[in-house]
Design a protein around this ligand. Structure first.
Ligand code: SAM
Length: 304
């Protein structure tokens, strides 16, 4: 039987790829192409759009928002890599990591690479962006995506991030890490009906994912020059989100959480309110979780 994805009613989010164009030029092009620009959104309700209306997002500067189901797959701007079709929540990790041009960055679990291309745009293609993934097929898709997006500062490797040596000459200067590891995907609205009848099996799967996620997080914090690491999942389960981050902070007292975007409407579960959550109801996105960890500048206190 064909399952209708519940995500059909979410706005269509479009990230402007600043490696190829500017937001202003993309907006002008779209206006000439028959879309109706409504200006900058100032509240969540402004993201409820009809027909060919579109707005600039209220939180993310390079994001345009269209009515649900607007299809860009055959559009010139998409084919030319000027726009990236990416859910708003999944634009948060690179936006918060914000690596400056010239920096050394790792995207630990990178394929198919939408966040990698976002990182490259923030870096203005300057510096080095190491991107790892275990899955060779997903990496092939990623190469095509990065080529279309005009990304040139990347070095892709079909490699297990857990086996990357933090102290090797190549990686010991890495200052920024984006970690978006495999997760249950329970935040993807189209997958929500996918709960199996076997609760025991579900619990075991979550425990195994959480243990993998914590290993990746602990490994990321071992890079000696690391300044900031963003951890994200498209899961709504606290086992994969707040619980992983809490365990990691207990094991790594030299790191703390950075409070994220005060005006964002949904926070991490208490007491991790520095982190963000996202959901259909509160942010008009897929379900998502983001945490930003930063190395303490001074030794001593481990509490916020
Ligand atoms: N960040 C990607 C993006 O925005 O397009 C999505 C990443 S997806 C949630 C998780 C990825 O982690 C998968 O492509 C999977 O193959 C990869 N992965 C799983 N275990 C890994 C490991 N040990 N090392 C590197 N990549 C891994």
């Amino acid at each position: 039987s064909v399952q209708r994805p519940a995500g059909d009613h979410l706005p269509r989010y479009v990230r402007v790829n600043t490696l190829k164009t500017t937001v202003e030029d993309a907006v002008d092009y779209l206006k000439r192409d028959g879309f109706s620009y409504q200006g900058q959104a100032s509240r969540l309700d402004d993201l409820t759009l009809k027909g060919k209306e579109f707005v600039r997002d209220l939180h993310l500067p390079e994001l345009l928002v269209f009515s649900p189901k607007t299809d860009f797959h055959d559009h010139f701007l998409y084919k030319a890599g000027h726009i990236i079709l990416q859910d708003k929540a999944s634009c948060l990790p690179a936006y918060f990591l914000n690596p400056p041009p010239g920096s050394r960055v790792i995207d630990a679990c990178a394929a198919p690479g939408n966040k990698t291309s976002h990182l490259a745009a923030l870096m203005k293609n300057k510096g080095k962006l190491f991107a790892f993934d275990l899955d060779a097929k997903r990496l092939t898709t990623m190469s095509t995506l990065l080529l279309r997006a005009g990304v040139t500062c990347q070095q892709l490797a079909n490699q297990d991030f857990l086996k990357v040596d933090p102290d090797s000459a190549q990686y010991r200067d890495v200052e920024y890490i984006l970690l978006d590891p495999s997760c249950s995907g329970s935040g993807m609205v189209c997958l929500r009906d996918d709960t199996s009848a076997d609760q025991e099996k579900d619990r075991a799967r979550l425990a195994s994912l959480a243990s993998f996620q914590l290993k990746c997080l602990n490994h990321g914090l071992r890079f000696p020059s690391l300044k900031r690491l963003v951890y994200s999942t498209c899961s709504i389960h606290s086992q994969e989100n707040e619980e992983v981050v809490t365990a990691c902070l207990q094991q790594n007292p030299g790191f703390r959480l950075v409070p994220l975007l005060a005006q964002w409407p949904e926070r991490g579960l208490e007491p991790l309110t520095q982190c963000l959550r996202a959901s259909t109801a509160k942010t008009r996105t897929h379900g998502f979780f983001v945490a930003l960890l930063e190395k303490h500048s001074e030794a001593g206190s481990t509490k916020q």
